[in-house]
Structures are given as structure tokens and as C-alpha cells.
Write a protein that binds this ligand. Sequence first.
Ligand code: PMP
Length: 447
Amino acid sequence: MSKKSEPRTNAEWMALDREFVLQARYTSPYVLERGQASTLWDVEGREFLDFHSGQVCANTGHCHPELVEATAKQLALLVQTGSMFTNPPQILLAKKLAEITPEPLQKSFFACSGSEAIEMALRAAKFATGRSEVMGVLRSYHGMSMGAFTLSSVAGFGKQGYGYAVANVSHMPPPYCYRCDFNQTYPGCKRECLAYGKKISELIGAPAGIVLELVVSGGGVYVPPVEWVHELHAYCRERGILFIVDECQTGIGRTGRWFAFEHFGVVPDIVVTSKGLGGGIPLSGILVGRDVAATLETKGFVQSSSHSGDPLLCAGGLANIELIERNDLLANVRARGAQLKDGLQQLVKRYEIVGDTRGIGLLQGLEIVIDKQSRTQNGKAAGAIVQYCTDNGLFLGAPASKQNIIRLLPPFVVTEREVGTALDILDRAIFTASADAGLRPKVMAVR
Ligand code: PMP
């Protein structure tokens, strides 16, 4: 199609999209054309603050100049080698990851998507232990390939109608204390959820690995209690189960540290990372401990894809980590995360329909309810709030399906002013949704 006959408006582009792109998920009528730092522009020049960081991938901001420069340089040098060769960017990225993670995490293997990296972790865990079962935690998300999706369980999200899931996957109850499945209150409970999970693990004969998120994102933005994590980690050690942490959303700095596991004082056997690893470039990987790596290599582990460790992708990943270091972006994640958390806590105090806020660093969530007493999920209001924000220039992590959790995950370069603007828009959105529900907020925003 010549430039002249190209569509110009969102509506024109969407009509063409509907004709030629298989429709699967879009909910937004805005067609995006350009991005810079925390800002996106649609084809009509409308501006949006991106508090979803391009589905949590463009963590260092859209088109960071240092990332653009490094990848453009590599693009002209060598793009792809295939998995029979290695190359300098792959080796340097793996070395860098070993530097920013504690011992014994020492060796990496790369792929493109989070799902692919989860599948690699499952293959590695099964091959290393010789066991065939794996376990996940309910209310988690790990991707849409068959193994990753079988491990996932975000209620209602694409589960029906896709045929059989993979075999040998079990789940344990989630440590989601706001809605405890055992009607207990944290702290003070006896961690019945974990006792139940261990029982399942014993009934299946101890799995190869247990896969978990340490700040659950898509499944509800909840943070497992530190004791739960310690007890599960100790249990895995005792039973020879690999402790596999999915850091696709949390990894490479989103919680204010390189990895979320650092907040819990445990070192996983396998770390899965993607999304923010490439800063928007499709790069994922697993990091394994020396012992697991030695077992895999001795036994002749085979893992391959046409793009594993591509120099273009790895050069992007390396530049992305280096620019986080050079610009001290982890400090900004902590400072802006604290500002965001403080603003969200005020919203919890002010509005009856905001039941809770949870998160670490720049991974924060709001739980929208009918009222604080009942804690009944209010997917309708959550949807209305996200819609209001979108239409007023703020992209958020929308709730999956009819869920009631709103997520805020801005890029690490987000400014104090942008966080303030986002909180103001969100405040107005919740005020409107509260008024529509006939609920008066306690006080209107003063910020
Ligand atoms: N794990 C987690 C925690 C995720 O949030 C996601 C994607 N949202 C994945 C894995 C899968 O990643 P991808 O969509 O790149 O396959």
C-alpha cells in the first residue's frame, strides 16, 4: 500500500486491522505509533502516560536512546547465529547476569518469550532431577504455551475451549492473604495453604520443581509472606525439589532490586526472566545455579530454538542492564515506587471501593471491591476505572477477564511529576466510579 493511501485515523487503522489481523485481545481503540520514555502517542497524535510499560517489557522506557544505539550498532554487525554457535553479546550478557545475581546462580540460557523460558525451566528441572511432575501455585500466570499455561491459573483467562492441558502438573493454594482460601487471617495463621500444598506434593511423590512468582502480578498483585517463602524453600531443599522463581515481571529491577527473590533472603535454583530483560526487545532466559548447571551439562541437556542467544537480542539485553546501572535507575524505582505506594494508600483510605493496595517498587496493584466490609470483587468498577484512565491519557495494567485488580507498572525512568499526574487521573477515575455506584468518597483529592 502506498503511503498516500495509508489510513490516518485510529478508526481507519482499526478497520484495516479487523480485516487482516486475527482478532484475539485488543480492547483499546487507540492505534499506537510512537513512544519515548513513559509516553506513547497514537496515530492521531494523542498522548498517553504508559503505566503498563508496553505490557511490562519497555521497563527502561520506550526507545531509550542508549538501547536504541546499542541495538542499531549490533543490527549492522550480526543479527542472528542460530543455536549451534555462540557469540560475544550472548557471552557478555550471561557474564553480566552472573555478576548481578548472588552465588550459586552462574549460568544462563536465552530465548525470546517468557513462555518459552518457562518451558525451558520445566525441561531443565525434569531433566536434572529425573522426575516428571511439576507444581505451580494457583492464581499465577506463566504464559500461553502449553506447559506454561497449564501451570497458570488466572480465573477465567482463556482456559475454556483449548483442549487438553499438559500432564503431570499439580497446583498448591495461593498465599493470597486478602482472600484466604482457608478463612484465616495473616499474621497469626498457621500457613494452612502451604501445609495443603506440601500434602499435594507428597501425594504426587515430590515434583521436579515448584514454579512460583514472588510478587504475583497478573494473578492479583499479591506478595507472599516471607515466612511462607522461607518454609517452601526449606521444604524444596529437604525433598530435592527445584525452587523455580518466575521473574518475568519482577526481574531486572522492577521491585527496586535486580530480582524479587532478593527481598526474601532466598536464592532460587532456577530463575526465569523475560520482558524487562530486553527492555522491549524479545529476550528471555533462565539462570541456573552451578550445581544444576553441572548436572544438566553432565547429563547432556539439549535445548534449542532458532533464536536462542541471538547477538541482536543479547546486545539489547546487555545494553539494557548497563543503562540501568549507569543511570542508577534502581534508585528511581525505589523512590517512585514509594511515592506511588503512598498515593495508592491514600486512595484506599479515601474510597470505599478501593479495598487494598499491594506491591513492591514499581509493581503496584489496587483491589477494587463493592465495599471494604464484604471485599466482594468489583470487576465492573475496575473496568470503568481503567476505561476512564485510558480515555484521559493513562494506560494501566487492565484486569484480566472480569477480574478486579488494577495494576500500575510504569517504566523505571518515570518522573515524580508523571507519578503525580497518574495518581490524579486515577483519583478522578475512582471518584467517578464511586459516584456511579452511589458511594460518596470520604474526601476529594487534595494533592
Ligand atoms: N510469567 C509471567 C509472570 C508473566 O507475567 C508472563 C507474561 N505476562 C509470562 C510468564 C509469559 O511471558 P510471554 O507473554 O512473553 O510468553
